[in-house]
Write a protein that binds this ligand. Sequence first.
Ligand SMILES: Cc1cc2nc3c(=O)[nH]c(=O)nc-3n(C[C@H](O)[C@H](O)[C@H](O)COP(=O)(O)O)c2cc1C
Length: 185
Amino acid sequence: MSRVLILFAHPALRTSRVQRAMADAVRDLPGVTFHDLYEAYPDFDVDVPAEQARLSAHDVIVLQHPLYWYSVPPLVKQWFDLVLEHGWAYGSQGRALEGKVLQVALSAGGRAQAYGPGSFNGYSIAQFLAPVEATVRLCRMRWAEPFTVMGTHMMGAADIREAAARYAALVRGYVESDAVAAGGR
Ligand SMILES: Cc1cc2nc3c(=O)[nH]c(=O)nc-3n(C[C@H](O)[C@H](O)[C@H](O)COP(=O)(O)O)c2cc1C
């Protein structure tokens, strides 16, 4: 069994369709800690010791958010800036996160075809996520293939239910995995 922490960040949850359904599909799963960052920190005043303790107590960290301007919502950046301290998360002495898995779970309005070389947006989702991936690797965490829900503007209720179910299956798979908790060895 692995302990899964979901860091959920949606700046406008009241208007959310996709992320809300995804959140509802995982928030009460056994073995999962669901942490809503915008609810916890409406003033961006992140409690660093509490966040670090929460990270230490889990094996898999899921970063769940909508893609905003090809990037993470601003509170996620603030959270990175404050929580991932030198000497704790990175640097020669910073090994608190070593071996943990970081799974991005994002939704995007643009369809899959709108991303990639020569596409409408010019770059792939993987390229837009490069700063997040580099951050994760600097912290000696394991980078998982991002879970993406694309083309949200075109999605109907059945599509959203299906995406939420796929997401819940992924999270459940992490909970049931012993290999993740053992550091993949
Ligand atoms: C401020 C803002 C910026 C956005 N930027 C992007 C973007 O860069 N690329 C994209 O594909 N969708 C973008 N979107 C669309 C959201 O990603 C999409 O509406 C969201 O993932 C749908 O999930 P929800 O129903 O939970 O809000 C943006 C939406 C907003 C409000």
